[in-house]
Design a protein around this ligand. Structure first.
Ligand code: ZN
Ligand code: ZN
Length: 345
């Protein structure tokens, strides 16, 4: 079968690999129908993720059909259409029992990281009963790929951790796919304002179409001043960091109103300055998390009821054989006006 394989820093190749076989009785072999590339895959390609061994098949998102189910799998049988969670969960360890699947002692984020992933014709999913979801019938399937990772991430780590409430003023720093998924799901909480900050006009235009009440291009570093002016120097109730940079984190702390929530989603490679000298008396809450994907079932229902349209984030389509080109397009997202790219085996 064809698979997208990590071959050391800077190199990802398309290769022929043997089809995966059932390992444990709790595994399912899934024939991949659609998958996508995540920002994390670009980090892996650069060599930034040391847990990824050379020879690893990448990818942690996708939908597919169960080809073969292990003897202990109760919820799925061959022929079932499934959504693959980016987080593998055993369902039994203390973290899983605490709904913190990302820290599962036997799973967590292992797909396309510690075990072979979804950017291939077939993938073996461990703990299938608790890591796969049935696709609702009669729905356009392709958009559901966005529910493997980015929508649960935006909703759980941004909206829920940020505790957005009716009438709140919200700022989302970063309008990449995760920032935009946060923007779409934040609207379920009916905040009065959602300000989106980025340095890419194309993404800000999309944010506006998706419901941002104000967009700011921060290439001249004026976001803080503009947000404070716009809120009569009060600041925002919730600021969401969806970039993963010291500058974006700074913006988030500088615009926070008393009692505010700063929800960090961004993946940080460098330390940031936490300005406790300004914040110690401001009653703020700072949250961090990795996505647990405990909201996938909820989000599937919301898509089914036509209240969420994940296809809004899909800009490009490629066959799996064009995967390396697709990585380049996704890496040059600004020039290519790319958000999420679909790969089809
Ligand atoms: Zn991802
Ligand atoms: Zn577990």
């Amino acid at each position: 079968m064809k698979a997208v394989v990590y071959r050391g820093p800077g190199t990802v190749t398309l290769e022929e690999k043997p089809k995966p076989k059932l390992g444990k009785s709790t595994d399912c072999i899934v024939k991949v129908i659609k998958t996508t590339i995540c920002g994390t895959d670009l980090h892996i390609r650069k060599g930034d993720v040391p847990t990824v061994d050379i020879g690893r098949t990448l990818g942690h998102e996708g939908i597919g059909v169960v080809e073969e189910a292990g003897s202990a799998v109760l919820n799925f049988k061959s022929g079932d259409k499934v959504l693959i969670s980016c987080i593998t969960s055993c369902g039994r360890c203390s973290h899983c029992k605490n709904k913190m699947y990302s820290h599962c002692e036997l799973g967590g984020w292992i797909l396309g990281n510690r075990i072979d992933g979804t950017q291939a014709e077939y993938v073996c999913i461990p703990f299938a009963d608790t890591s796969l979801y049935h696709l609702p019938q009669g729905l356009d399937e392709e958009p559901l790929v966005m529910l493997s990772d980015i929508f649960p991430t935006g909703y759980e780590v941004g909206v829920l951790k940020g505790q957005i409430k009716l009438g709140d003023t919200v700022a989302i720093i970063g309008a990449g796919p995760i920032g935009l998924a946060t923007l779409l799901t934040a609207q379920f909480c009916s905040p009065s304002q959602i300000i989106v900050v980025d340095i890419d006009d194309f993404r800000l235009q999309i944010a506006q179409k998706m419901g941002a009440t104000m967009t700011i291009n921060d290439c001249n570093n004026q976001a803080v001043e503009k947000i404070m002016q716009h809120t009569n120097q009060k600041g925002v109730n919730v600021s969401i960091e969806a970039v993963g940079s010291p500058k974006a984190f700074d913006t988030c702390q500088l615009i926070l109103a008393p009692g505010g929530f700063l929800a960090n989603i961004g993946v940080h490679g460098k330390s940031v300055n936490l300005h406790l000298e300004n914040l110690w008396h401001e009653n703020i809450t700072l949250t961090t998390a990795l996505v647990d994907t405990f909201t996938i079932s909820t989000l599937l229902k919301v898509v089914e009821s036509d209240k969420l349209h994940p296809e809004q984030l899909i800009t490009h389509h490629f066959s799996l054989s064009e995967a390396i080109h697709a990585y380049d397009v996704f890496e040059n997202a600004s020039k290519e006006q790319a958000l999420k790219v679909i790969l089809q085996p």
